[in-house]
Design a protein around this ligand. Structure first.
Ligand SMILES: C[S@@+](CC[C@H](N)C(=O)[O-])C[C@H]1O[C@@H](n2cnc3c(N)ncnc32)[C@H](O)[C@@H]1O
Length: 280
């Protein structure tokens, strides 16, 4: 992969994130999805279906799953919590980690209503939507920690945050391309998070293709590395992952919102090969 990671670019990205507002993020990217959950062809339905399918295929097993760059979101671990006994959520920003903790505490402090999304995942699992309360309780039970993460560090989590063998599974949604100033930095960040995963562990990566920016607060525009499918596949290969499946969703005209120029989203299921295991 061409070019070198840019340290000044990374610092500039961190600066952009100083004004990230979790509530605006939720309003821009999560709330609008609620009314479209009944439609088979909607972005959130597609994401939840991809995650459901990945976790129900029976090949992803183990004890510990880590979600990298959770933001204030939990949709990405709603299927995972039925398969893994421990889930660690992570984010670069304290505001996002605090938001996650408010939801986990379940004391009415969280303003983010994930109920429709929990109901949708229950449906995908063949359960009654009314069982969403059980799913919420299960999720709150399996999340053991909410930790700081920086994908640009060779060791993205604190030293002894994970067992020495690493996590059994990693999920990361819309994080690497939104945190990296260029392709070389994206590629290196993927290698960093890959170091957290045990050999033969699975990675589920969701991200944007050919996106240039998104808004996370009034006037807070964050640049995004515009990736294509080939670059995602090359980066996975270079970092020792074997691709199981890459799926692409094209955002429809009526789903496009002014908060980003996203048009296509990828979902990757990959497995870490034994050969290039990097010592953490
Ligand atoms: C677009 S949000 C995605 C949030 C969530 N995964 C979702 O799908 O809703 C991007 C996230 O990347 C996080 N981020 C930014 N810089 C990062 C870094 N250097 N390391 C890890 N995460 C970072 C941000 O704090 C933000 O929560």
């Amino acid at each position: 992969m061409e070019g070198k990671p840019s340290e000044s670019g990374i610092a500039a990205m961190a600066d952009h994130y100083k004004n990230f507002d979790p509530t605006t993020f939720f309003q821009n990217f999560v709330s609008p999805e609620e009314s479209r959950l009944d439609k088979k062809d909607s972005l959130m339905s597609w994401k939840l279906s991809c995650l459901h399918r990945a976790f129900s295929e029976g090949d992803m097993k183990g004890d510990l799953l880590v979600d990298i760059g959770s933001g204030p979101s939990i949709y990405q671990v709603m299927s995972a919590c039925e398969v893994f006994n421990k889930v660690i959520l992570t984010d670069f920003l304290e505001v996002n980690r605090n938001e996650l903790k408010l939801w986990l505490q379940n004391e009415g402090g969280s303003k983010m209503d994930w109920t429709p999304f929990l109901k949708k995942v229950c449906e995908l699992e063949g359960r009654s939507p009314s069982e969403w309360t059980e799913k919420a309780a299960r999720l709150r039970q399996v999340v053991t920690d909410v930790l700081p993460v920086d994908v640009h560090r060779p060791q993205p989590l604190a030293l002894h945050a994970l067992p020495p063998a690493g996590a059994d599974c990693l999920v990361s949604a819309f994080c690497l391309e939104s945190a990296s100033p260029d392709l070389a930095t994206f590629n290196r960040a993927l290698g960093h998070i890959g170091g957290l995963l045990r050999p033969r562990g699975h990675l589920l990566l969701i991200g944007r293709l050919q996106e240039n920016y998104y808004f996370v607060g009034p006037g807070v525009k964050i640049p995004v590395v515009p990736l294509n499918e080939a670059q995602v596949c090359d980066s996975l290969k270079e970092n020792g992952f074997t691709l199981i499946r890459l799926e692409v969703y094209t955002v429809s005209q009526d789903e496009t919102i002014g908060a980003s120029d996203q048009e296509r989203i990828f979902f990757v299921k990959a497995v870490k090969s034994l050969k290039v295991w990097k010592k953490r």
